[in-house]
Design a protein around this ligand. Structure first.
Ligand SMILES: Nc1ncnc2c1ncn2[C@@H]1O[C@H](COP(=O)(O)OP(=O)(O)OP(=O)(O)O)[C@@H](O)[C@H]1O
Length: 320
């Protein structure tokens, strides 16, 4: 879903209401902005998040992802615009008190006491909520079972990060905000964390996260919002960004040095040949036909189809 297509813009100060039958977004931001003195951290961010989906805020360092997510969590007050999470305004202290029992938050850097064990903090976090999930199964899903009785101060950075995800989830939140949840995690832990995110979505939990790991985002996110200099420059499904990016499929292969005729549009560097096209199937077909006609084998053929990483780099480029 794109950002604002089903959202009626309310007048300033009017509570956001949704038509009968219209699904209320779990998270809604309209023209959110945050300034620090003369500096703008977030300029103008609007989007709506469907319940039970995974949404990723992407963008270069300093684009405003953390500031945006922290305004939604109620940790920063917007300078302009407004937000609702589960129909409540995170910047309104009375509404925030209700909201915080229904959301889970893992900050990029958390401030839990180093002298407490993982279990102590998990129990305490769960006690703040009316509902709650059992600690052990989540700990197991994050490979934290043998760390539950370790003090936070003794954990490695990646383990500490996984513990922060556990703390965000123990209260059975309806919406979870995770700031770079897989940063610093080893490859196996990453897989586990991604699998946990999918399970949360299957259970109807809405997940809003920030990330620089585009391969992971392509795998798990339903929707991405790409920020640049505090503004959204793309909203949609990860594949939609790939599709509009114009990045081509590239085939590379080697030929003997006496081969002179090449497929149309091919680039040659020594014996290495590179051919690109919009459509990978058509490209492979063209190469097969050329190979058979010329009696030249496609030695070491590799095909690189554009992915989210390629599309993101094309979108963001070196312009920031
Ligand atoms: N408390 C603050 N005071 C002044 N400027 C701030 C403050 N917090 C953030 N900023 C600035 O706001 C901009 C956006 O920062 P933010 O942390 O939201 O970016 P980000 O997209 O999350 O970056 P990263 O990928 O590095 O985490 C940056 O230029 C940052 O320096």
């Amino acid at each position: 879903m794109t950002t604002e297509n089903h959202v009626r813009r309310p007048a300033q100060g009017e509570p956001r209401t949704f038509a009968k039958g219209e699904a209320s977004p779990a998270v809604w931001a309209q023209h959110l902005g945050k300034t620090y003195g003369a500096a703008s951290a977030v300029a103008d961010v609007s989007f709506a998040v469907d319940p039970g989906t995974i949404v990723a805020l992407l963008g270069p360092n300093g684009a405003g992802k953390t500031t945006t997510i922290e305004m939604l969590e109620g940790h920063r007050t917007p300078s302009t615009g407004r937000a609702q999470v589960l129909g409540l305004d995170p910047s309104n202290p009375r509404e925030f008190r209700k909201l915080r029992r229904r959301i889970g938050v893992a900050l990029q850097v958390s401030g839990f006491e180093s002298a407490l064990t993982v279990r102590d903090v998990a129990r305490r976090q769960r006690s703040y909520y009316t509902k709650g999930w059992a600690i052990e199964p989540i700990a197991e899903a994050l490979s934290l079972t043998d760390k539950l009785d370790k003090k936070l101060g003794s954990l490695s950075v990646g383990t500490r990060h996984r513990a922060d995800i556990l703390f965000a989830l123990v209260g059975a939140p309806e919406v979870v905000f995770l700031d770079e949840p897989t940063a610093g995690l080893d490859p196996v832990s990453r897989r586990e964390a991604l699998s946990l995110l999918r399970s949360l979505r299957d259970a109807g939990v809405t997940v809003v996260l920030t990330s620089h790991q585009l391969d992971e985002i392509q795998e798990v996110a339903d929707t991405i919002h790409v920020l640049r200099a505090g503004e959204i420059v793309f909203s949609g499904a990860p594949q939609a960004l790939v599709d509009v990016s114009g990045v081509k499929t590239v085939a590379t292969f080697s030929v003997a040095s006496d081969v002179r005729t090449l497929p149309e549009g091919a680039q040659r560097a020594g014996n290495r040949i590179e051919v690109s096209a919009d459509d990978s199937e058509a490209l492979i077909q063209t190469l097969r036909i050329w190979s058979e006609a010329e009696q030249v084998p496609l030695a070491g053929l590799s095909i690189h189809e554009p992915n989210l990483d390629d599309a993101y780099v094309e979108l963001i480029g070196g312009t920031v």
